[in-house]
Ligand binder design. Structure first.
Ligand code: HEC
Ligand code: HEC
Length: 473
């Protein structure tokens, strides 16, 4: 049984008068039936049955207080409120973005503007605050259309502060370096660190200098060449949605960036790293928050319907979901191959050969911007030193609080509702999935079991962040 005494003391603080752990405690005495089930159970809507192991597993998913993000020693400003406020401003700022390149940018509500326009892509353009920081804007609601079409779905940023490795494949290990991928991707912002650093100088100098001290003289074009939004990044995508030329203003451009002195290149990179540290401080504040499931674990027996309770029992029992979706945020933060078959997303895209973490880990280890490098404020050993078999075709286990807000699921967005996700795990994944070995075994669930699991997943929705975090400060 769960470690009641310590938990109880804490809970009394938070939930005065609540039936403390009544659900867990009462039924503890009788493992096979639910609390005081005097009336015969409705055969069409039976009471949930919990083993002692199931109760302990459910308690582990819902500690008395949901833990705050663990310290991020790579970012000395991670918990600085001023940095978070500056990061919040930047999150909504589209002025770091270059030209929109794809013909689907037709100015409709699903696109961020017209092809050829610049200054249209902000973080908030794909992580929509009002939608739980996911993309509910792009047509199809699977992968995002920004400067061009991406190949993976934008994950929610709620509770992202719990994760040390980022991205579906773990390619990034800190918020401060994650943003380079956004700024210097031809299909996301289609900008560059040189262009973005000059924009910070022009538009946010005071806010930046208050946190990080004086900026380099980015208006000195003899040291930091001028590069406008028209010319930065990529001019034209090829048939695979990649940029055939180097990104202008980024390392390897053979032009403005490469022509700068090494110390000036470093100064430019440092500006973007600092911007990323401020953004990281903001992102750490974003959380889904406690759900009806938590109320139920902590004693409110009526907070979950019978179906949701049966789903809870399945989630930690027959469903084996907690093998990977364990802990208070429902993720082990590890990589797994679940045998997903590449599917067509956003009407035309089919990413056939995604090796997931197996491709990402060598890139992360070699990245000069990683937490072991000079731009980090500390390294806590978060980069895996050895490759594991499940890296091959492996993706990071998504957190599941607030998952029911997502308009599509899996790293591609190819499954359109939670019922499809549960059916996917029930059948043991797909035949001929991504490269690697599928870890999922068929579950043999009934129709009702599957519906119960969906109901349980929906009961994990929380209130989301405070309203003042959902718009520029
Ligand atoms: C074009 C849409 C788009 C824009 C704009 C965008 N993102 Fe993302 N974001 C994504 C996608 C897609 C992923 C996942 C990519 C992958 O795993 O390969 C992602 C991943 C992330 C992650 C990792 C989350 C996790 O759980 O692994 C963070 C953090 C993040 N973005 C923050 C930002 C910030 C900060 C900005 C602005 C600087 C931004 N994003 C702009 C689409 C976008
Ligand atoms: C072996 C580890 C593992 C097990 C077991 C597992 N999952 Fe997952 N789950 C994952 C991974 C990894 C993904 C992401 C896969 C991808 O995007 O390619 C995922 C994706 C999901 C998603 C989609 C979330 C999103 O944002 O796209 C849901 C919902 C989910 N799992 C629920 C469940 C449920 C319910 C069970 C039990 C029936 C379960 N999972 C069992 C690892 C696992």
């Amino acid at each position: 049984m769960v470690s009641i005494p310590g938990r109880r003391a804490k809970l009394r603080h938070r939930l005065p008068g609540a039936l403390l752990l009544a659900v867990l405690l009462t039924a503890c005495a009788n493992e096979q039936s639910t609390p005081a089930a005097k009336e015969p159970s409705d055969p069409n809507d039976p009471d949930a049955v919990f083993s002692a192991e199931a109760r302990a597993a459910l308690a582990a998913l819902s500690p008395a207080t949901l833990p705050a993000p663990p310290p991020d020693i790579s970012n000395r400003l991670a918990d600085d409120p001023k940095a978070a406020a500056f990061g919040q401003t930047l999150f909504f700022d589209a002025s770091f973005s270059g030209k929109l390149l794809d013909g689907d940018n037709d100015g409709s509500v699903n696109a961020l503007g017209q092809k050829g326009e610049s200054g249209k892509v902000a973080c908030a353009g794909c992580h929509l605050p009002a939608s739980g920081f996911i993309d509910t804007r792009t047509i199809q609601q699977q992968t995002s259309l920004a400067a061009g079409w991406g190949k993976r779905r934008a994950p929610s940023l709620l509770d992202v502060g719990q994760s040390k490795l980022l991205m579906w494949d773990g390619r990034r290990d800190a918020m401060y370096n994650q943003i380079f991928g956004v700024i210097e991707s031809p299909v996301e912002m289609n900008g560059s660190r040189l262009f973005a650093a000059r924009q910070v100088f022009a538009e946010h100098r005071a806010g930046y200098e208050e946190l990080f001290g004086s900026m380099p003289p980015l208006d000195d074009t003899s040291r930091f060449p001028a590069l406008d939004a028209e010319l930065t990044g990529c001019q034209k995508l090829d048939a695979t949605n990649a940029c055939p030329q180097p990104m202008r203003g980024a390392p390897g451009d053979g032009a403005e960036y490469d022509g700068m002195k090494p110390e000036d290149q470093r100064a430019v990179t440092q500006v973007i790293v600092n911007v990323g540290k401020a953004l990281g401080a903001y992102e750490r504040l974003l959380t889904c928050g406690p759900s009806r499931f938590d109320q139920w674990v902590h004693g409110d027996a009526s907070a979950l319907t019978k179906s949701e309770q049966r789903g809870a029992a399945l989630f930690v029992g027959t469903g084996h979901c907690t093998d990977c979706h364990g802990g208070p945020y429902f993720s082990d933060e590890k990589f797994h191959n679940v045998g997903l078959k590449p599917g067509t997303v956003a009407t035309v895209f089919l990413d056939l050969n995604d090796h997931g973490a197996a491709t990402a880990m060598p890139l992360l280890r070699a990245d000069a911007l990683n937490v072991q490098g000079a731009f980090s404020d500390g390294d806590d050993g978060r980069i895996p030193t050895d490759d594991a078999p499940e890296f091959e075709g492996g993706f990071r286990t998504p957190k599941l609080r607030c998952a029911s807000l997502r308009p599509s699921f899996m790293h591609t967005g190819q499954l359109r509702d939670l019922a499809s996700v549960v059916a996917f795990f029930d059948r043991g994944g797909d035949l001929a999935g991504y490269p690697g070995t599928n870890e999922i075994k068929p579950l043999g669930l009934t129709d009702r079991d599957r519906a119960d699991l969906v109901a349980f997943l929906e009961a994990l929705a929380g209130p989301g962040p405070n309203a003042e975090l959902l718009a520029p400060p």
